[in-house]
Design a protein around this ligand. Structure first.
Ligand SMILES: [Zn+2]
Length: 77
């Protein structure tokens, strides 16, 4: 089954598209903060006594959409 991954990918894209359309129909829009991923990269300061510290990037649930990837579209009325 060599072309299964391609088929699976196609099916997944369709699935995602269906969800997006349903969300848009419900007056939702992709979250502008995370772009619909539901996750956002944050930075946190890490104290490093030897080198003076640095900012560490980490992924966390988007604060704007609570991980849904969609927010209510206030303009769509
Ligand atoms: Zn978000």
């Amino acid at each position: 089954m060599e072309n299964l991954p391609e088929e699976t990918k196609k099916w997944r894209d369709q699935f995602v598209e269906t969800i997006w359309r349903a969300q848009l129909d419900a007056g939702m829009k992709p979250c502008p903060e995370c772009g619909g991923d539901g996750e956002l990269e944050y930075e946190r300061p890490v104290v490093d006594w030897m080198n003076g510290g640095y900012l560490e990037g980490y992924m966390d649930v988007c604060h704007n959409c609570s991980g849904d990837g969609f927010v209510e579209d206030e303009d769509a009325v």
